[in-house]
Write a protein that binds this ligand. Structure first.
Ligand code: GLC
Length: 418
């Protein structure tokens, strides 16, 4: 973390020296997939319109959990280095005290263009708008169309059970054919926020609830949740590499995009990257909703917002840039060039966006969304999620049973919420 801080400071200092006469805006973007090029493009678009402003894109965090850690250090120091940042949909409730509320800078009409459910998520109980919806994220099951055909399947799997069977058969066949590095299924098993998303999907699709329910009832200790965790534990070292327990989004994509996996659970950003000119699976894959458990298909609702730090030394300029970075032109560019689904609803009516095949195919998957309990547990969501992902990680590693894991989680979450 210290290294990251240094890296960012070096970046800020050198850029400041270079353009000392301009107003400096530090824009902290994530570093997953096309996050950095998309943020840089937005910054360039803005600087072209406003030559008196220098937007410095800061980057370096490898996951949402790392990025939150860095931001918390930055807030503690009340540092103005980060003026505007991309942040996770689960953060507004926890970060409120460090944010600049945006209501004073925006009309009701401007706000009404954004996805209403996300605006509600980003609004404090006292009515402060804490962030602008940038993109909506829902994970999908990516699958190899060529391999499904080769092994006699005419449709992607509907259930987790079916996915497991297909992954086993394809993996056996590909290994026998000589690819010793081939795996049936890759996903995110490292102990971080990504595992909360994957774990919630297994449990919710099996009818085992959402860890903590909207009425604040702690539901994690139940037989359906236990069964779902036991089911996924079998995958580690069979259809998924043991190393999956250290995988974040980009690790899974690396295996998948090298052509070494039949199925992958990941977010929409992987689509355009997989179709890129340098991708070995270009034209050989498609996607569908995540498999069903006993009950349904459940995709964790993710997404990223644009936030303004309360410690910004140029709040007016920071807000102006934030509104642009979450505005129409940038969101249109982001979906057409990179496949990030707009958080501003009016962008979907744009003729170029409306006719985009990828966007229309995502519609039914968005409808399968399940929310993490970030509102029910605010301002302690990060801690509740940490309990969930560290315990699920222990279950997946075989350190403790799913039964013991769910029991322990319920006790620890209760303490945090008291
Ligand atoms: C994606 C989602 C975000 C989630 C994260 C987990 O970035 O948009 O909401 O927390 O993945 O790794």
């Amino acid at each position: 973390m210290k290294k990251l801080l240094l890296l960012l400071l070096v970046c800020v200092m050198s850029l400041s020296a270079f353009a000392a006469d301009k107003v400096q805006i530090g824009f902290f973007a994530g570093s997953t997939g096309s996050d950095v090029p998309a943020a840089q493009k937005a910054a360039d678009m803005y600087m072209k319109l406003h030559p008196e402003i220098q937007v410095n894109v800061l980057t370096g965090a490898k996951s949402t959990t790392d990025m939150l850690g860095f931001l918390l250090q930055n807030f503690e120091a009340q540092s103005g280095d980060v003026d505007v940042f991309n942040g996770d949909v689960i953060w507004p409730g926890d970060l409120e005290e460090h944010l600049l509320p945006l209501n004073d800078y925006m009309t009701k009409e401007e706000i009404s263009k954004y996805n209403a459910a996300v605006v509600t998520n980003n609004t404090s109980p006292e009515g402060k708008l804490l962030a602008l919806p940038l993109f909506i994220d829902v994970p999908m099951l990516y699958y190899r169309t060529d391999l499904l055909k080769k092994y006699g399947y005419d449709h992607p799997p509907k259930t987790w059970q079916e996915m497991e069977e297909m992954a086993t058969k394809i993996q056996d066949g590909e290994r026998k054919a000589g690819n010793k590095e081939f795996w049936g299924y890759v996903w995110q098993g490292d102990a971080y926020e990504g595992l909360t998303c994957d774990g919630l999907e297994w449990i919710a699709s099996n009818g085992g609830g959402t860890i903590v329910e909207p009425d604040k009832k702690i539901s994690i200790n139940n037989p359906k949740a236990i069964k779902a965790l036991e089911f996924a534990t079998k995958w580690v070292g069979t259809i998924s590499p043991k190393g999956v327990l250290g995988f974040k989004e980009e690790d899974s994509r690396a295996v998948w995009q090298a052509g070494n996996a039949a199925f992958m659970r990941n977010w929409p950003y992987c689509y355009k990257l997989g179709e890129g000119a340098d991708s070995s699976i270009k034209g050989k894959f498609d996607f569908t909703q995540l498999p069903e458990g006993d009950k349904r298909s459940a995709s964790t609702i993710g997404g990223w917002e644009i936030f303004v730090s309360k410690y910004s030394e140029n709040p007016d300029e920071a807000v102006k840039f934030a509104k642009f970075a979450a505005g129409y032109e940038v969101q249109k560019m982001r979906v057409l060039d990179y496949g990030w689904l707009p958080g501003m609803m009016t962008v979907y009516d744009d003729p170029e966006v409306a006719s985009d095949k990828f966007v229309s195919k995502m519609g039914p998957i968005v409808a399968k969304g399940v929310a993490r309990p970030s509102t029910a547990t605010a301002p302690n969501y990060a801690e509740v999620s940490r309990i969930f992902y560290t315990t699920v990680h222990k279950v997946l590693s075989g350190e403790i049973s799913a039964k013991r894991g769910t029991k322990e989680m319920a006790i620890k979450i209760k303490k945090v919420m008291q």
